[in-house]
Design a protein around this ligand. Structure first.
Ligand code: BES
Ligand code: MN
Ligand code: MN
Length: 462
Protein backbone atom coordinates (compact mmCIF):
# COMPACT_ATOMS: atom_id res chain seq x y z
CA UNK A 1 0.00 0.00 0.00
CA UNK A 2 1.83 3.02 -1.28
CA UNK A 3 1.78 6.18 0.81
CA UNK A 4 -0.69 5.02 3.40
CA UNK A 5 1.27 6.63 6.22
CA UNK A 6 1.73 9.92 4.43
CA UNK A 7 -1.95 9.92 3.36
CA UNK A 8 -3.01 9.52 6.98
CA UNK A 9 -0.62 12.20 8.16
CA UNK A 10 -1.92 14.61 5.55
CA UNK A 11 -5.61 13.95 6.25
CA UNK A 12 -5.45 13.22 9.98
CA UNK A 13 -7.27 16.36 11.13
CA UNK A 14 -10.06 15.87 8.62
CA UNK A 15 -10.39 12.18 9.59
CA UNK A 16 -10.79 13.22 13.22
CA UNK A 17 -13.19 16.06 12.48
CA UNK A 18 -15.44 13.91 10.32
CA UNK A 19 -15.70 11.32 13.10
CA UNK A 20 -16.37 14.06 15.64
CA UNK A 21 -19.28 15.34 13.52
CA UNK A 22 -20.73 11.82 13.36
CA UNK A 23 -20.38 11.40 17.13
CA UNK A 24 -22.37 14.58 17.74
CA UNK A 25 -25.57 12.90 16.54
CA UNK A 26 -27.18 10.96 19.44
CA UNK A 27 -28.17 7.80 17.54
CA UNK A 28 -29.56 5.95 20.56
CA UNK A 29 -31.53 3.04 19.11
CA UNK A 30 -33.02 1.93 22.43
CA UNK A 31 -34.81 5.24 23.06
CA UNK A 32 -37.54 6.24 20.58
CA UNK A 33 -37.11 9.90 21.56
CA UNK A 34 -33.97 9.84 19.40
CA UNK A 35 -35.64 8.44 16.29
CA UNK A 36 -34.82 11.45 14.10
CA UNK A 37 -31.20 11.42 15.20
CA UNK A 38 -30.83 7.75 14.39
CA UNK A 39 -32.30 8.38 10.93
CA UNK A 40 -30.08 11.44 10.46
CA UNK A 41 -27.04 9.28 11.24
CA UNK A 42 -27.97 6.81 8.50
CA UNK A 43 -28.06 9.73 6.03
CA UNK A 44 -24.64 10.90 7.20
CA UNK A 45 -23.20 7.40 6.71
CA UNK A 46 -24.67 7.25 3.21
CA UNK A 47 -22.98 10.51 2.24
CA UNK A 48 -19.68 9.39 3.75
CA UNK A 49 -19.74 6.14 1.76
CA UNK A 50 -20.47 8.01 -1.46
CA UNK A 51 -17.58 10.37 -0.79
CA UNK A 52 -15.29 7.45 0.01
CA UNK A 53 -15.84 6.03 -3.47
CA UNK A 54 -18.76 3.62 -3.34
CA UNK A 55 -20.52 3.41 -6.73
CA UNK A 56 -23.96 2.99 -5.32
CA UNK A 57 -25.24 3.58 -1.81
CA UNK A 58 -28.77 2.99 -0.64
CA UNK A 59 -30.66 3.42 2.57
CA UNK A 60 -32.53 0.16 2.89
CA UNK A 61 -35.77 0.46 4.83
CA UNK A 62 -36.64 -2.17 7.43
CA UNK A 63 -39.39 -2.47 10.03
CA UNK A 64 -37.02 -0.63 12.33
CA UNK A 65 -34.04 1.57 11.61
CA UNK A 66 -32.58 1.43 8.10
CA UNK A 67 -29.50 -0.39 6.92
CA UNK A 68 -27.02 1.62 4.88
CA UNK A 69 -25.72 -0.48 2.01
CA UNK A 70 -22.95 0.59 -0.36
CA UNK A 71 -20.68 -1.18 -2.77
CA UNK A 72 -17.82 -0.78 -5.19
CA UNK A 73 -17.51 -3.66 -7.59
CA UNK A 74 -14.37 -3.39 -9.70
CA UNK A 75 -14.22 -6.87 -11.21
CA UNK A 76 -16.62 -9.78 -10.73
CA UNK A 77 -13.71 -12.23 -10.83
CA UNK A 78 -12.00 -10.67 -7.83
CA UNK A 79 -12.89 -11.48 -4.23
CA UNK A 80 -15.45 -9.43 -2.33
CA UNK A 81 -15.06 -8.14 1.22
CA UNK A 82 -18.27 -7.37 3.12
CA UNK A 83 -17.79 -4.80 5.86
CA UNK A 84 -20.32 -4.78 8.69
CA UNK A 85 -20.65 -2.18 11.43
CA UNK A 86 -23.30 -0.30 13.38
CA UNK A 87 -24.17 3.38 13.59
CA UNK A 88 -26.43 3.14 16.65
CA UNK A 89 -25.09 3.67 20.16
CA UNK A 90 -25.98 2.74 23.73
CA UNK A 91 -27.87 5.21 25.92
CA UNK A 92 -25.30 7.43 27.69
CA UNK A 93 -26.73 7.35 31.21
CA UNK A 94 -25.81 7.84 34.00
CA UNK A 95 -25.13 11.31 32.58
CA UNK A 96 -23.69 12.85 35.74
CA UNK A 97 -20.71 10.50 35.62
CA UNK A 98 -19.47 11.84 32.28
CA UNK A 99 -16.60 14.30 32.58
CA UNK A 100 -17.73 15.93 29.31
CA UNK A 101 -21.15 15.60 27.62
CA UNK A 102 -21.54 12.30 25.70
CA UNK A 103 -22.53 13.95 22.43
CA UNK A 104 -20.00 16.79 22.54
CA UNK A 105 -16.87 14.89 21.50
CA UNK A 106 -13.53 16.14 22.80
CA UNK A 107 -9.99 14.79 22.60
CA UNK A 108 -8.41 14.27 26.01
CA UNK A 109 -5.22 12.60 27.21
CA UNK A 110 -5.45 9.35 29.15
CA UNK A 111 -2.83 7.16 30.84
CA UNK A 112 -3.04 4.67 28.00
CA UNK A 113 -3.45 7.08 25.08
CA UNK A 114 -0.48 9.37 24.74
CA UNK A 115 -1.93 11.04 21.62
CA UNK A 116 -5.24 11.40 23.39
CA UNK A 117 -8.60 9.75 22.92
CA UNK A 118 -11.92 10.99 21.57
CA UNK A 119 -14.47 10.99 24.39
CA UNK A 120 -18.06 10.48 23.25
CA UNK A 121 -20.76 7.83 23.28
CA UNK A 122 -20.09 5.60 20.27
CA UNK A 123 -16.44 6.72 19.90
CA UNK A 124 -15.28 3.10 20.09
CA UNK A 125 -18.58 1.18 19.88
CA UNK A 126 -18.98 1.42 17.01
CA UNK A 127 -18.91 4.72 15.12
CA UNK A 128 -15.17 5.23 15.46
CA UNK A 129 -14.30 1.67 14.50
CA UNK A 130 -16.85 1.56 11.67
CA UNK A 131 -15.60 4.87 10.28
CA UNK A 132 -12.02 3.53 10.06
CA UNK A 133 -13.34 1.32 7.26
CA UNK A 134 -14.88 4.27 5.45
CA UNK A 135 -11.58 6.16 5.58
CA UNK A 136 -9.59 3.07 4.57
CA UNK A 137 -11.86 2.79 1.54
CA UNK A 138 -11.34 6.48 0.76
CA UNK A 139 -7.59 5.91 0.80
CA UNK A 140 -7.78 2.87 -1.47
CA UNK A 141 -10.12 4.42 -4.04
CA UNK A 142 -8.47 7.83 -4.15
CA UNK A 143 -5.00 6.33 -4.65
CA UNK A 144 -6.20 3.64 -7.05
CA UNK A 145 -5.21 0.81 -4.74
CA UNK A 146 -8.48 -0.97 -4.09
CA UNK A 147 -7.47 -4.55 -4.93
CA UNK A 148 -10.91 -6.23 -4.82
CA UNK A 149 -14.63 -5.62 -4.53
CA UNK A 150 -16.13 -4.18 -1.39
CA UNK A 151 -19.61 -4.07 0.10
CA UNK A 152 -20.63 -2.11 3.19
CA UNK A 153 -23.59 -2.98 5.40
CA UNK A 154 -23.97 -0.61 8.34
CA UNK A 155 -26.98 -1.14 10.60
CA UNK A 156 -28.74 0.98 13.21
CA UNK A 157 -30.06 -1.66 15.58
CA UNK A 158 -27.08 -3.64 16.82
CA UNK A 159 -27.44 -2.42 20.39
CA UNK A 160 -31.06 -3.58 20.46
CA UNK A 161 -30.61 -7.05 18.99
CA UNK A 162 -30.36 -6.69 15.17
CA UNK A 163 -33.74 -8.35 14.58
CA UNK A 164 -34.45 -6.47 11.34
CA UNK A 165 -30.95 -7.08 10.04
CA UNK A 166 -31.60 -10.83 10.34
CA UNK A 167 -34.57 -10.45 8.00
CA UNK A 168 -32.54 -8.28 5.62
CA UNK A 169 -29.71 -10.82 5.46
CA UNK A 170 -32.11 -13.72 4.83
CA UNK A 171 -33.84 -11.79 2.03
CA UNK A 172 -30.71 -10.45 0.32
CA UNK A 173 -28.37 -13.40 0.00
CA UNK A 174 -27.35 -12.57 -3.57
CA UNK A 175 -26.77 -8.87 -2.93
CA UNK A 176 -24.66 -9.64 0.14
CA UNK A 177 -22.66 -12.45 -1.48
CA UNK A 178 -19.04 -12.18 -0.34
CA UNK A 179 -15.82 -14.08 0.29
CA UNK A 180 -15.17 -12.76 3.77
CA UNK A 181 -16.89 -10.52 6.31
CA UNK A 182 -14.81 -7.88 8.04
CA UNK A 183 -15.87 -6.25 11.32
CA UNK A 184 -14.22 -3.79 13.67
CA UNK A 185 -16.49 -3.86 16.71
CA UNK A 186 -14.31 -5.63 19.27
CA UNK A 187 -11.01 -4.88 21.00
CA UNK A 188 -7.37 -5.84 21.24
CA UNK A 189 -5.13 -6.65 24.20
CA UNK A 190 -3.03 -3.45 24.24
CA UNK A 191 -1.56 -0.97 21.79
CA UNK A 192 1.76 -2.83 21.91
CA UNK A 193 0.07 -6.27 22.03
CA UNK A 194 -2.10 -6.53 18.93
CA UNK A 195 -4.67 -9.32 18.89
CA UNK A 196 -7.40 -10.59 16.62
CA UNK A 197 -10.73 -11.61 18.12
CA UNK A 198 -11.42 -15.25 17.26
CA UNK A 199 -14.53 -15.80 19.33
CA UNK A 200 -17.65 -14.08 20.57
CA UNK A 201 -19.98 -15.36 23.23
CA UNK A 202 -23.64 -16.03 22.59
CA UNK A 203 -26.34 -14.35 24.61
CA UNK A 204 -29.71 -15.01 26.16
CA UNK A 205 -31.36 -11.98 27.71
CA UNK A 206 -34.47 -12.34 29.85
CA UNK A 207 -36.62 -10.26 32.14
CA UNK A 208 -38.31 -11.75 35.19
CA UNK A 209 -41.28 -10.53 37.17
CA UNK A 210 -42.29 -11.78 40.61
CA UNK A 211 -45.78 -10.88 41.82
CA UNK A 212 -46.90 -11.29 45.42
CA UNK A 213 -50.01 -9.62 46.86
CA UNK A 214 -52.31 -7.72 44.52
CA UNK A 215 -51.23 -4.31 45.89
CA UNK A 216 -48.36 -2.71 47.79
CA UNK A 217 -48.87 -3.42 51.50
CA UNK A 218 -47.97 -1.83 54.83
CA UNK A 219 -44.80 -3.68 55.83
CA UNK A 220 -45.80 -3.65 59.49
CA UNK A 221 -49.35 -4.87 59.10
CA UNK A 222 -48.48 -7.59 56.60
CA UNK A 223 -44.70 -8.05 56.98
CA UNK A 224 -43.80 -11.64 57.85
CA UNK A 225 -47.19 -13.01 56.89
CA UNK A 226 -47.05 -12.82 53.07
CA UNK A 227 -44.31 -13.46 50.53
CA UNK A 228 -42.35 -10.29 49.83
CA UNK A 229 -41.60 -10.38 46.06
CA UNK A 230 -38.28 -8.59 46.49
CA UNK A 231 -37.08 -10.96 49.20
CA UNK A 232 -38.19 -13.89 47.10
CA UNK A 233 -36.66 -12.62 43.87
CA UNK A 234 -33.27 -11.96 45.46
CA UNK A 235 -33.30 -15.42 47.06
CA UNK A 236 -34.19 -17.03 43.74
CA UNK A 237 -31.45 -15.13 41.96
CA UNK A 238 -28.90 -16.02 44.64
CA UNK A 239 -29.72 -19.70 44.17
CA UNK A 240 -28.71 -19.55 40.48
CA UNK A 241 -25.03 -19.92 41.45
CA UNK A 242 -23.59 -22.51 43.85
CA UNK A 243 -20.64 -22.04 46.23
CA UNK A 244 -18.18 -22.60 43.35
CA UNK A 245 -19.99 -20.04 41.21
CA UNK A 246 -21.27 -22.71 38.90
CA UNK A 247 -24.68 -21.98 37.43
CA UNK A 248 -27.32 -24.27 38.95
CA UNK A 249 -29.82 -24.39 36.09
CA UNK A 250 -30.21 -28.09 35.20
CA UNK A 251 -28.74 -28.84 31.77
CA UNK A 252 -27.05 -25.44 31.47
CA UNK A 253 -23.57 -26.91 30.93
CA UNK A 254 -24.62 -29.96 28.90
CA UNK A 255 -23.40 -28.66 25.55
CA UNK A 256 -20.59 -26.41 26.72
CA UNK A 257 -17.46 -26.93 24.71
CA UNK A 258 -14.65 -27.93 27.09
CA UNK A 259 -11.26 -26.76 25.93
CA UNK A 260 -8.34 -29.17 26.08
CA UNK A 261 -5.41 -28.64 28.45
CA UNK A 262 -3.31 -27.62 25.46
CA UNK A 263 -5.81 -25.07 24.26
CA UNK A 264 -6.04 -23.59 27.75
CA UNK A 265 -2.25 -23.49 28.02
CA UNK A 266 -2.09 -21.69 24.67
CA UNK A 267 -4.66 -19.15 25.87
CA UNK A 268 -2.71 -18.55 29.06
CA UNK A 269 0.26 -17.34 27.02
CA UNK A 270 -1.50 -14.05 26.21
CA UNK A 271 0.04 -11.29 28.31
CA UNK A 272 -2.15 -10.43 31.27
CA UNK A 273 -1.54 -8.75 34.59
CA UNK A 274 -4.02 -9.57 37.32
CA UNK A 275 -2.69 -6.70 39.40
CA UNK A 276 -3.23 -4.17 36.63
CA UNK A 277 -6.68 -5.64 36.01
CA UNK A 278 -7.68 -5.23 39.65
CA UNK A 279 -6.15 -1.79 39.85
CA UNK A 280 -7.99 -0.55 36.76
CA UNK A 281 -11.30 -1.58 38.32
CA UNK A 282 -10.51 -0.62 41.93
CA UNK A 283 -11.23 -4.10 43.26
CA UNK A 284 -9.17 -6.05 45.76
CA UNK A 285 -10.00 -9.46 44.35
CA UNK A 286 -11.45 -11.01 41.24
CA UNK A 287 -14.48 -13.24 41.47
CA UNK A 288 -15.87 -16.10 39.42
CA UNK A 289 -16.18 -19.74 38.62
CA UNK A 290 -13.79 -22.00 40.55
CA UNK A 291 -10.98 -23.68 38.61
CA UNK A 292 -10.86 -21.08 35.84
CA UNK A 293 -8.64 -18.04 35.30
CA UNK A 294 -9.95 -14.53 34.79
CA UNK A 295 -9.37 -14.71 31.04
CA UNK A 296 -11.15 -18.05 30.85
CA UNK A 297 -14.05 -16.84 32.96
CA UNK A 298 -14.72 -13.98 30.60
CA UNK A 299 -14.32 -15.78 27.30
CA UNK A 300 -14.62 -19.58 27.17
CA UNK A 301 -17.05 -20.02 30.09
CA UNK A 302 -20.76 -19.25 30.15
CA UNK A 303 -22.06 -16.81 32.76
CA UNK A 304 -25.25 -15.47 34.30
CA UNK A 305 -25.54 -11.88 35.50
CA UNK A 306 -28.27 -9.61 36.79
CA UNK A 307 -28.15 -6.42 34.72
CA UNK A 308 -30.81 -4.54 36.61
CA UNK A 309 -33.18 -5.14 39.52
CA UNK A 310 -36.00 -3.03 40.83
CA UNK A 311 -39.19 -2.87 42.83
CA UNK A 312 -40.58 -1.23 45.93
CA UNK A 313 -39.75 2.22 47.20
CA UNK A 314 -36.52 3.84 46.02
CA UNK A 315 -37.39 7.51 46.51
CA UNK A 316 -36.02 9.83 49.18
CA UNK A 317 -36.35 8.82 52.81
CA UNK A 318 -38.12 5.70 53.98
CA UNK A 319 -41.48 4.26 53.09
CA UNK A 320 -42.56 1.12 54.91
CA UNK A 321 -43.97 -1.00 52.15
CA UNK A 322 -44.03 -4.53 50.79
CA UNK A 323 -44.14 -4.17 47.04
CA UNK A 324 -46.60 -6.13 44.99
CA UNK A 325 -43.99 -6.77 42.31
CA UNK A 326 -40.24 -7.14 41.82
CA UNK A 327 -38.30 -7.33 38.57
CA UNK A 328 -34.88 -8.16 37.21
CA UNK A 329 -33.13 -8.23 33.87
CA UNK A 330 -30.73 -11.13 33.47
CA UNK A 331 -28.16 -11.88 30.80
CA UNK A 332 -26.52 -15.21 30.15
CA UNK A 333 -23.35 -15.22 28.07
CA UNK A 334 -23.01 -18.47 26.17
CA UNK A 335 -20.18 -20.39 24.57
CA UNK A 336 -20.01 -22.45 21.36
CA UNK A 337 -22.58 -25.25 21.03
CA UNK A 338 -24.93 -23.80 23.63
CA UNK A 339 -28.10 -22.87 21.79
CA UNK A 340 -29.54 -19.59 23.02
CA UNK A 341 -33.17 -20.59 22.53
CA UNK A 342 -32.63 -23.84 24.39
CA UNK A 343 -30.85 -22.06 27.24
CA UNK A 344 -33.64 -19.50 27.43
CA UNK A 345 -36.14 -22.35 27.81
CA UNK A 346 -33.99 -24.08 30.47
CA UNK A 347 -33.82 -20.81 32.39
CA UNK A 348 -37.57 -20.27 32.16
CA UNK A 349 -38.42 -23.82 33.29
CA UNK A 350 -35.97 -23.68 36.16
CA UNK A 351 -36.83 -20.19 37.35
CA UNK A 352 -40.54 -20.96 37.39
CA UNK A 353 -39.91 -24.23 39.19
CA UNK A 354 -38.01 -22.65 42.08
CA UNK A 355 -40.70 -20.06 42.84
CA UNK A 356 -42.08 -20.61 46.34
CA UNK A 357 -45.79 -20.71 47.06
CA UNK A 358 -47.31 -17.27 47.49
CA UNK A 359 -45.80 -15.64 44.38
CA UNK A 360 -46.33 -15.82 40.65
CA UNK A 361 -43.31 -15.74 38.35
CA UNK A 362 -43.15 -14.61 34.74
CA UNK A 363 -40.08 -14.99 32.53
CA UNK A 364 -40.03 -12.85 29.40
CA UNK A 365 -37.31 -13.68 26.87
CA UNK A 366 -35.84 -10.55 25.25
CA UNK A 367 -33.31 -11.37 22.59
CA UNK A 368 -30.27 -13.48 22.09
CA UNK A 369 -27.89 -15.03 19.66
CA UNK A 370 -25.38 -17.79 19.16
CA UNK A 371 -21.69 -17.59 19.95
CA UNK A 372 -19.06 -17.67 17.26
CA UNK A 373 -15.55 -19.02 16.81
CA UNK A 374 -13.47 -18.31 13.72
CA UNK A 375 -10.61 -20.63 12.66
CA UNK A 376 -7.08 -19.23 12.57
CA UNK A 377 -6.09 -21.03 9.39
CA UNK A 378 -8.63 -19.41 7.06
CA UNK A 379 -7.46 -17.10 4.28
CA UNK A 380 -9.19 -14.22 6.06
CA UNK A 381 -7.42 -14.82 9.37
CA UNK A 382 -4.02 -15.20 7.73
CA UNK A 383 -4.58 -12.00 5.73
CA UNK A 384 -5.57 -10.12 8.89
CA UNK A 385 -2.58 -11.48 10.76
CA UNK A 386 -0.21 -10.34 8.00
CA UNK A 387 -1.85 -6.91 7.96
CA UNK A 388 -1.14 -6.45 11.69
CA UNK A 389 2.40 -7.73 11.22
CA UNK A 390 2.92 -5.06 8.60
CA UNK A 391 1.61 -2.11 10.58
CA UNK A 392 2.33 -3.15 14.19
CA UNK A 393 5.55 -5.03 13.49
CA UNK A 394 4.25 -7.92 15.60
CA UNK A 395 2.23 -11.07 15.02
CA UNK A 396 -1.22 -10.57 16.56
CA UNK A 397 -2.42 -12.99 19.23
CA UNK A 398 -5.70 -14.83 18.57
CA UNK A 399 -8.03 -14.16 21.47
CA UNK A 400 -11.64 -15.03 22.26
CA UNK A 401 -13.74 -12.17 23.54
CA UNK A 402 -16.49 -12.23 26.13
CA UNK A 403 -18.77 -9.84 24.26
CA UNK A 404 -21.45 -10.72 21.76
CA UNK A 405 -22.33 -9.72 18.21
CA UNK A 406 -25.21 -12.15 17.68
CA UNK A 407 -25.55 -11.42 13.97
CA UNK A 408 -22.15 -12.94 13.21
CA UNK A 409 -23.33 -16.54 13.56
CA UNK A 410 -26.30 -15.72 11.33
CA UNK A 411 -23.88 -14.39 8.71
CA UNK A 412 -22.14 -17.74 8.69
CA UNK A 413 -25.43 -19.63 8.51
CA UNK A 414 -27.01 -17.51 5.76
CA UNK A 415 -24.08 -16.17 3.77
CA UNK A 416 -21.75 -19.12 4.34
CA UNK A 417 -18.71 -17.00 4.98
CA UNK A 418 -16.30 -16.51 7.83
CA UNK A 419 -16.10 -13.29 9.80
CA UNK A 420 -12.80 -11.65 10.69
CA UNK A 421 -12.95 -9.46 13.78
CA UNK A 422 -10.29 -6.77 13.56
CA UNK A 423 -10.97 -4.75 16.69
CA UNK A 424 -8.81 -1.77 17.61
CA UNK A 425 -10.43 -0.71 20.88
CA UNK A 426 -9.16 -1.44 24.40
CA UNK A 427 -11.16 -2.96 27.26
CA UNK A 428 -10.50 0.25 29.17
CA UNK A 429 -12.24 2.35 26.49
CA UNK A 430 -15.40 2.20 28.60
CA UNK A 431 -17.85 1.07 25.93
CA UNK A 432 -21.44 1.12 27.27
CA UNK A 433 -20.11 3.05 30.31
CA UNK A 434 -19.77 6.74 31.09
CA UNK A 435 -16.75 8.38 29.42
CA UNK A 436 -16.50 6.02 26.47
CA UNK A 437 -13.48 6.90 24.37
CA UNK A 438 -11.35 5.69 21.47
CA UNK A 439 -7.63 6.36 21.13
CA UNK A 440 -6.62 8.72 18.33
CA UNK A 441 -3.66 6.40 17.71
CA UNK A 442 -5.99 3.37 17.57
CA UNK A 443 -8.30 5.11 15.11
CA UNK A 444 -5.46 6.01 12.78
CA UNK A 445 -3.76 2.61 13.20
CA UNK A 446 -7.00 0.95 12.17
CA UNK A 447 -7.20 3.08 9.03
CA UNK A 448 -3.60 2.12 8.27
CA UNK A 449 -4.04 -1.62 8.87
CA UNK A 450 -7.34 -2.23 7.05
CA UNK A 451 -6.06 -1.62 3.47
CA UNK A 452 -3.37 -4.28 4.04
CA UNK A 453 -6.11 -6.76 4.88
CA UNK A 454 -7.64 -6.13 1.45
CA UNK A 455 -4.24 -6.47 -0.21
CA UNK A 456 -3.27 -9.74 1.48
CA UNK A 457 -6.75 -11.21 1.26
CA UNK A 458 -6.81 -10.60 -2.49
CA UNK A 459 -3.29 -12.00 -2.96
CA UNK A 460 -3.92 -15.08 -0.82
CA UNK A 461 -7.26 -15.79 -2.52
CA UNK A 462 -5.60 -16.26 -5.94
N1 BES B 1 -19.38 -4.17 20.05
C1 BES B 1 -20.12 -4.80 21.07
C2 BES B 1 -19.70 -6.23 21.35
C3 BES B 1 -18.25 -6.45 21.74
C4 BES B 1 -17.49 -5.48 22.36
C5 BES B 1 -17.69 -7.68 21.49
C6 BES B 1 -16.17 -5.72 22.70
C7 BES B 1 -16.40 -7.94 21.84
C8 BES B 1 -15.63 -6.95 22.44
C9 BES B 1 -21.60 -4.78 20.69
O1 BES B 1 -21.99 -3.50 20.25
C10 BES B 1 -22.42 -5.09 21.90
O2 BES B 1 -22.46 -4.28 22.79
N2 BES B 1 -23.11 -6.24 21.93
C11 BES B 1 -24.01 -6.55 22.98
C12 BES B 1 -25.03 -7.54 22.53
C13 BES B 1 -26.19 -6.94 21.79
C14 BES B 1 -27.20 -8.01 21.44
C15 BES B 1 -26.84 -5.82 22.52
C16 BES B 1 -23.28 -7.15 24.15
O3 BES B 1 -22.25 -7.82 23.98
O4 BES B 1 -23.78 -6.97 25.25
MN1 MN C 1 -20.65 -2.71 18.93
MN1 MN D 1 -22.28 -2.24 22.07
Amino acid sequence: MNNIQSYIKQHKDRFLNELIELLKIPSISADSAYKNDVLKTSEAIKISLEKAGCDSVEICKTDGYPIVYGEKIIDKNLPTVLVYGHYDVQPPDPLDLWTSPPFEPVIKKTDLHRDGAIFARGACDDKGQMYMHVKALEFMTSTNQLPCNVKFMIEGEEEVGSSNLSVFVKNNQEKLKNDVILISDTGMIANNVPSITTGLRGLSYVEVEVTGPNRDLHSGLYGGAVANPINVLTKMIASLHDENNHITIPGFYDKVEELSKDERAEMAKAPFSLDAYKKALDIDAVYGEAEYTTNERNSIRPTLDVNGIWGGYIGEGAKTVIASKAYAKISMRLVPHQDWKEITQLFKDHFESIAPEGVKVKVKPHHGGQGYVTPINSVGYVAASKAYETTFGKTPIPQRSGGSIPIVSLFEQELKSKTILMGFGLDSDAIHSPNEHFGVWNYLKGIETIPYFYKYFTELSK
